[in-house]
Design a protein around this ligand. Structure first.
Ligand code: FAD
Length: 340
């Protein structure tokens, strides 16, 4: 808590006034705020608004509804030693963080056991259906068609072995109603995306995959819609949550906000805030790196995913963003730009 000693706490917003406070003005917080607003709630969003770019502004812009497979899948932990040993591999855990992350990795491993994996797969597939419907409503409700690209996604496999290993996943997608086509030659691939190296000789195409033209523009658009409908976004760095019985107090550096409900949508920092209410959430930080190249002669027709190399290639406005290089290194790890 950061109040000057002996000074009365300033009440900045009050329970009777604010129905719901959302902490975090990223895409999750603003989307939640819009949905609550549509439900007739009075909503205020708090954000610390520091200068560092948010994940919501800089991601690869894919609404990955075809990705129904949880990352914690059977056999994933066999790859763990490689994560530790290759600092520039598709997924890295810096050795200094390996001990700290161990309890989370144990949970992750337990979630990858076959019976748990089946349950989380069913849950993720249902969530994807729900969120796909919600996104379409949001696009139509906020007149956002021009911010959306419907060019599908091509998952590229480097040779038959990688392709064969992907087939059980495609079978699961089929079971859960995901629309796709499997491509078994560079010629079929070139019909969708010319210019791909021939060693990527197999692919799966999901035509219903959706992208935003620019995640930062998408977020500004949603924030503007929230404000136009009477929502407030206030600068405040939430430091502590306290239950008051009939609501919640959100303590910030300059005083207290009160509300009947709070939504914690503070991205990778959410578990620290939830912890102040006594909730222990097993959340880890997944950082990724993007490089956005200027428009070139390469005519990118669709969102490309290279699962064996752990990166995607996608159009952002007129540029091409190459992103991935996932790193599990906590919130304080300095950026490793070699990964970008
Ligand atoms: C390289 C990369 C590529 C990605 N590509 C995709 C993709 O193609 N598709 C996809 O679906 N996802 C993608 N993701 C993931 C996606 O970007 C995130 O899951 C998503 O943006 C998280 O949104 P958020 O609102 O939860 O968090 P954030 O965008 O991190 O926003 C959290 C907000 O909370 C605020 N905040 C934090 N703590 C406090 C506090 N104490 N008080 C007040 N405010 C606080 C922050 O200031 C911030 O504004 C990608 C991620 C990366 C890194």
């Amino acid at each position: 808590m950061t109040y000057p000693a002996g000074q009365p706490l300033k009440i900045l917003s009050d329970l009777n006034v604010q129905d719901v406070i959302v902490i975090g003005a990223g895409v999750i917080g603003i989307s939640a705020a819009l949905a609550l607003q549509a439900d007739g709630r009075k909503v205020t969003v708090l954000d610390r608004q520091d200068s560092s770019p948010r994940a919501s502004d800089m991601n690869a812009g894919g609404f990955a509804f075809a990705d129904i497979m949880p990352l914690a899948a059977p056999g994933i932990m066999r790859k763990a030693p490689k994560w530790l040993l290759d600092p520039l591999g598709p997924l890295a855990v810096p050795p200094a963080y390996a001990f700290k992350i161990l309890p989370w990795l144990v949970r992750f491993w337990r979630a990858s056991l076959p019976d748990r994996h089946q349950k989380s797969l069913a849950a993720q597939a249902d969530m994807m259906k729900l969120s796909h419907g919600a996104l379409e409503r949001l696009i139509s409700d906020t007149s956002a068609d021009e911010l959306i690209r419907r060019d599908g996604q091509l998952q590229l496999y480097e040779g038959e072995r990688e392709y064969q290993a992907s087939l059980p996943g495609w079978e699961l997608r089929r079971k859960h109603g995901v629309n796709f086509k499997l491509l078994k030659s560079p010629y079929e691939i070139a019909d969708i995306q010319p210019g791909i190296d021939r060693r990527f000789s197999f692919a799966g195409f999901t035509p219903d995959w959706i992208n935003t033209c620019d995640p930062a523009v998408w977020l500004s658009h949603l924030t503007a819609a929230f404000r136009t409908r009477g929502g407030n976004v206030i600068e405040a760095n939430a430091t502590q949550l306290r239950s008051t019985g009939d609501g919640v107090e959100i303590h910030a550096a300059n005083g207290i906000h009160r509300a009947s409900h709070v939504i914690v949508a503070a991205g990778a920092w959410s578990h620290h805030l939830a912890n102040t209410l006594g909730d222990t959430i097993p959340l880890e930080t997944e950082r990724g790196y993007n490089t956005t190249l200027p428009a070139t002669d390469f005519d990118l027709k669709t969102h490309l995913t290279f699962p064996g190399h752990g990166f995607v290639v996608t159009r952002i406005n007129d540029g091409i963003r190459v992103g991935g290089a996932v790193e599990l290194g906590g919130l304080k790890l300095p950026a490793t730009y070699k990964r970008a």
